[in-house]
Design a protein around this ligand. Structure first.
Ligand code: C2E
Ligand code: MG
Ligand code: MG
Ligand code: MG
Length: 278
């Protein structure tokens, strides 16, 4: 009897696993088609000093316009894209498209903006990143200083030595480096200190808890103090209320990002979501 149960359990597990493998293969196939058929697009979310402006930059966020489904957020396909290596061509497309849009904004007079692109570990350690950056910037006649790469602590920590070497090359090229989702990873202060970063983004998790009267105000103050000691620009992500915004500004946060200041929108719609002073 026990044996039979075990076998049933095994069968159940196996079919669940097959379903999962099948799903992943289907997704992999769909992602390849998405690249060929140009189903990806970028949304942009502004980074502002205050709700009245000015804008310091915009962050490019990947979306997939899947036929018959609608807009698919990146969390639903980045894992498979990373495991299959498809993140390399997808990531190169993101870079090119963000730079193309940046050229348009520069021509419209937004000379002080930077455009930030998120980078996964696979992209960071894949050979040729620096060459891709250089050629993409040249193709759109952009100064390296108007591009920022957002990497998470865990992205940089995965292969710490190699990442550091590549990030130093990126920095030498003049491209900005931002540490995304700060506070959720496990990087040592010694490693942080070595990173050639320009910006630190406080993870949304801390911002959400900020005005709920727990320890997060102390944590955010400590992160800001640490970041400033390291000479970094401090950005808070996920700012949704004016209460959060006021407190963050009072605590010394330089730049704010979140639904309160502007949700991610297609590039050609960004201007009308911005304060007039921006
Ligand atoms: P992230 O870089 O930390 O981006 C912030 C995420 O929070 C975005 O989700 C954004 O839409 C969302 N967000 C912004 N403001 C608020 C707010 O006030 N409240 C709330 N609840 N959410 C807010 P999204 O676009 O779904 O992206 C999720 C993650 O996917 C990003 O997190 C980033 O790690 C990754 N990602 C996005 N685009 C790319 C890409 O082109 N390449 C790579 N490798 N990763 C990307
Ligand atoms: Mg980001
Ligand atoms: Mg983030
Ligand atoms: Mg985040």
């Amino acid at each position: 009897h026990a044996k039979e149960q075990g076998r049933n359990g095994y069968c159940f597990f196996e079919s669940a696993m097959n379903a999962n493998v099948h799903q992943q293969l289907q997704l992999q196939h769909d992602l390849r088609r998405a690249l060929d058929q140009r189903e990806f697009l970028l949304y942009y979310q502004p980074k502002l000093v205050s709700p009245d402006g000015p804008v310091t930059g915009v962050e490019a966020l990947l979306r997939w316009q899947k036929p018959g489904v609608g807009l698919v957020p990146p969390d639903e396909f980045l894992g498979v894209a990373e495991r299959t290596g498809l993140i390399i061509p997808i990531g190169n497309w993101v870079l090119d498209e963000a730079c193309r849009q940046m050229r348009v904004w520069q021509d419209e007079g937004h000379a002080a903006w930077t455009v930030a692109v998120n980078l996964s570990t696979v992209q960071l350690t894949h050979t040729g990143l620096v060459d891709v950056l250089r050629s993409t910037l040249a193709r759109h006649s952009l100064d390296p200083a108007c591009l920022v790469l957002e990497i998470t602590e865990s992205t940089a920590m995965r292969d710490a030595e190699a990442s550091l070497a590549i990030l130093n090359e990126v920095a030498a090229l003049g491209v900005g480096i931002s540490i995304d989702d700060f506070g959720t990873g496990y990087s040592s202060l010694l490693y942080l200190k070595q990173l050639p970063a320009d910006e630190l983004k406080i993870d949304r998790g801390f911002v959400t808890e900020l005005t709920r009267g727990n320890d997060d105000e102390a944590i955010v103050s400590a992160i800001i103090a640490l970041g400033k000691t390291l000479g970094l620009n401090i950005v808070a992500e996920g700012v949704e209320t004016s209460e959060q915004q006021e407190l963050l500004t009072r605590l010394g946060c330089d730049v704010l990002q979140g639904f309160l200041l502007g949700s991610p929108v297609p590039g050609d719609q960004l201007a009308r979501t911005l304060p007039t002073a921006a």
